[in-house]
Design a protein around this ligand. Structure first.
Ligand code: BDR
Ligand code: CA
Length: 322
């Protein structure tokens, strides 16, 4: 099984990714080596608490969880308007509190460094939030991200509008300098941008099927309630207006790793705008032809959305059946 470290800011769609990964671990496809939480959708404390609760839901209490690196440079706010004030669709009170203490948790950057140094070339790192922790690890220990087997990010927007500004996607816009550091760390960063994640529209009918199949199971009801909240939230924000369902952005990273036949990629050089008043956080893929030796990324350009949503729902049902 593939060893996985997830860096995340749960987050409605992060939670779907975490639950999907639980299913994949239980099916024997993945081994979960840790979770680092990062400030983004909500605060460091809330992303930590949410990750712990979601792990406990599937019986993953023993997975180590790190807390966000503190970073004060933020110019854009969190995304509590989209994900609920608790970051968990205002449902976190329904889940038992985890006994884990935020104050006692390891710092995310140290945890990333230790995890990668302990198994060079073996651990796949998945980034589902702003790139603050990953960049901090790289700055503390230059070259560390190269020790990951693969680095897979939900990040950026290329040929579609952004979701924070007209050009910038949240995970990059939140901390563009961190995104630059991470993109400069390797030649093969795998990027799942809004271009594909916007097509992944999970409808309430799809999760209703899960809730109906397991009417007394807390997990199944939680999945459906999250989906209802996020669908409603989508309708209320102008960047997702008209979308009838929930964009499960972060989950696409797992599609790349475990169902790669559902995606198409373009290889190239991706840079991030850090200066412009209107363009800060924009991701740019250089598509000019000619001799260019430098590439740093594989950018997803197409996804078989319907097939993938079916696979996701099946795997979530499998998780519920255990
Ligand atoms: C990204 O922004 C966050 O709000 C989501 O969790 C996802 O990681 C999508 O742009
Ligand atoms: Ca996220």
């Amino acid at each position: 099984p593939r060893k996985i470290l997830v860096d995340t800011d749960p987050g409605g769609d992060d939670t779907f990714a975490l639950l999907w990964l639980q299913s994949l671990v239980k099916q024997g496809f993945a081994e979960w080596v840790g979770v680092t939480t990062v400030a983004g959708n909500v605060s460091p404390e809330l992303t930590f608490a949410n990750a712990c609760k979601v792990l406990a839901l599937g019986g993953f209490e023993s997975v180590k969880v790190g807390k966000s690196v503190v970073w004060e440079g933020g110019k854009i706010g969190d995304a509590a308007e989209v994900h609920g004030i608790d970051g968990l669709c205002n449902l976190s009170h329904l889940l038992p509190n985890s006994p884990r203490q935020f104050a006692a948790a390891p710092d995310a950057d140290d945890m990333i460094i230790e995890t990668l140094e302990a198994a060079p070339g073996e651990v796949t790192v998945i980034g589902l939030g702003p790139l603050t922790n990953l960049a901090a690890a790289e700055q503390k220990r230059p070259g560390i991200l190269r020790l990951a087997k693969e680095l897979v990010l939900m990040a950026g927007a290329f040929d579609v509008p952004g979701n924070v500004t007209s050009l910038a996607e949240f995970n990059v816009a939140f901390n563009p300098e961190a995104a630059v550091t991470v993109l400069e760390s390797r030649e093969d960063v795998v990027i799942l941008p809004l271009d594909v994640t916007r097509k992944l529209i999970l409808t309430v009918e799809m999760t209703e099927a899960i809730a109906q199949a397991y009417p007394t199971l807390e997990l199944a009801q939680f999945i459906h309630q999250l989906s209802q909240f996020m669908s409603n939230s989508c309708l209320q924000h102008r960047e997702t207006a008209g979308i009838n369902g929930f964009l499960v952005h972060d989950a696409v990273t797992l599609a790349y790793l475990f169902y790669p036949e559902t995606l198409l990629f373009r290889r190239g050089l991706v840079t991030v705008e850090t200066a412009g008043n209107y363009t800060r956080g924009q991701t740019i893929l250089d598509r000019r032809h000619g001799t260019k030796s430098l590439t740093n990324a594989f950018v997803a350009v197409e996804v078989e959305a319907i097939n993938l949503l079916g696979i996701l729902v099946d795997d979530l049902k499998r998780l519920c059946s255990q």
